[in-house]
Design a protein around this ligand. Structure first.
Ligand SMILES: [Ca+2]
Ligand SMILES: [Ca+2]
Ligand SMILES: [Ca+2]
Length: 464
């Protein structure tokens, strides 16, 4: 796909940084600065505008300090318990001949925590390019250097420092300089979803977003968790176009090379990779961090819709696919009778014979496991599809529920590739302590050996 249908012309986010209504993440900005040297328009790094920037910061030895950071109660909101803090900085640098810069922070007098060590030269990492779609560099899940646990007082007492140092003669300031557009924190009650079993890596849209006033913009950040050597990504995030309108997409450094960014109506297609002139293109980036941000506006009051991945390709250097699990998300209040489950794969999905398949719930109760025990092919399609009725048992409690399939789809990733959205219709009598009706008995007959084995095995485990 070579055509990038981009409806993004400005280099400022739809809503200024820190100005969305959403509770999570809270985006904290510094409110003041100090410096022992000359820096033009320093307040532009905390004006919320990702297009406004400082003057050209040359390599005069000195510091640029950003202090007194915001907290939710400054906006009449709750100062929630902090579980996760990402530092973000949108900046571009020409690099240097041999002069150096570094990026670090203190909390009160504790520190420093060095985010980017002294760097110099005309290539990355000293040279930094964000381009049209690069939102920021992220230093994800930064620890509080005192006791490792953040409080809002400590957030407030951060000193974030951009420090420059002349080496030998000062490098010519008209050739070598840095411009800083915006500095902020994304603060969450908890980090993005992680899994304990292989493939370990998770792609999520984190966190789910509570209802926002109609036409007020909000964003979701797409996170990778426990990823190894990510060099590029291609993602299609689907939503209900009657509930939301997708406005614009951003990518996080270092994936700043545009492959495509498209808004066809019911999904956002976004694909970026590390530029070939960045040495990271040969190694990729490890860890847990955001890769993209998408801004939406709600088209209705109190709407609900799923945010589901239907195509996700994460690539290591050389284009090697990275196995991962897709963890979906939603906007609005999750209805209590709605569920999203993912098939626990063994080989290829038995579309025409799904009885006996195991499923893991993502919503409402993350990690709850189900086994599909009965299937009625309502639309007579011959395979498991929307409008079909299924019965599933909760593997841990044995409760037995009837569902209608609202949506079922396959993603391209072979590691976890079939997902269903279900609505609860009724709770059925427990199995198999009570005799079943004759018709149900006939319908479920192919499943009986599976049920039997499962119960036997479970009881065996309990006894031992
Ligand atoms: Ca700015
Ligand atoms: Ca020099
Ligand atoms: Ca069907």
């Amino acid at each position: 796909m070579l055509l990038a249908s981009v409806n993004q012309v400005s280099a400022a986010t739809y809503v200024p940084i820190g100005d969305t209504e959403q509770l999570y993440p809270f985006e904290s900005q510094p409110t003041t600065h100090s410096t022992d040297r000359t820096i033009g328009s320093p307040e532009n790094v905390y004006d919320g505008n990702t297009d406004s920037k400082t003057g050209k910061i040359d390599f005069t030895t000195g510091v640029f300090n950003l202090t007194i950071w915001e907290r939710p109660s400054d906006y009449g909101r709750e100062d929630f318990e902090i579980g996760w803090v990402d530092f973000k900085m949108r900046y571009e640098s020409k690099g240097s001949e041999d002069d150096e810069y570094r990026i670090l922070y203190y909390v009160g007098n504790t520190g420093p925590v060095v985010l980017k060590n002294w760097t110099s030269g005309a290539d990355p990492p000293a040279k930094m390019v964000m381009g049209t779609y690069g939102l920021a560099e992220t230093w994800a899940n930064q620890s509080e250097p005192g006791d490792g646990v953040w409080t809002w007082n400590e957030i407030g007492n951060i000193t974030f420092i951009f420090e420059t140092k002349e080496v030998g003669d000062k490098d010519p300031p008209f050739l070598w300089y840095t411009e800083i557009y915006e500095i902020w924190l994304s603060v969450y009650p908890a980090g993005p979803p992680a899994i304990e079993q292989e493939p370990f890596a998770v792609l999520s849209a984190w966190p789910p977003i509570e209802p926002i006033t109609m036409y007020e913009g909000f964003f979701v950040d797409l996170y990778v968790t426990n990823i190894t050597a990510l060099m590029g990504y291609e993602v299609h995030l689907y939503f209900d176009s009657a509930v939301l309108y997708a406005l614009e997409g951003w990518t996080y450094w270092p994936n700043t090379d545009l492959f495509y960014l498209e808004f066809p109506g019911d999904y956002v297609g976004i694909s970026f990779s590390i530029p070939t002139d960045n040495p990271l293109v040969d190694y990729g980036l490890n860890g847990t961090y955001p890769i993209a941000r998408i801004y939406f506006v709600p088209l209705v009051e109190d709407g609900f819709c799923w945010l589901t991945y239907k195509l996700t390709k994460l690539s290591a250097p050389g284009g090697i696919p990275i196995p991962h699990m897709d963890f979906h998300s939603f906007y609005g209040i999750l209805p209590v009778n709605t569920f999203l489950t993912g098939w626990v794969p063994e080989n290829s999905f038995p579309w025409t014979d799904p009885i006996g398949t195991s499923w893991e719930e993502q919503y409402n109760i993350t990690g709850r496991t189900w086994q599909l025990l009965n299937w009625s092919d309502v639309d007579a399609s011959g395979d498991l599809s929307a409008t079909d009725l299924i019965n599933m048992t909760d593997v841990d409690t044995g409760s037995f529920w009837a569902f209608e399939v609202q949506d079922i789809w396959e993603t391209d990733d072979p590691e976890m590739n079939v997902f269903m959205i279900l609505t609860f219709t009724e709770e059925l009598p427990p199995i198999p302590e009570f005799p079943w009706g004759l018709m149900l008995m006939i319908a479920i007959a192919p499943a009986i050996p599976i049920v039997y084995l499962w119960r036997t095995r479970r009881k065996g485990w309990v006894k031992k």
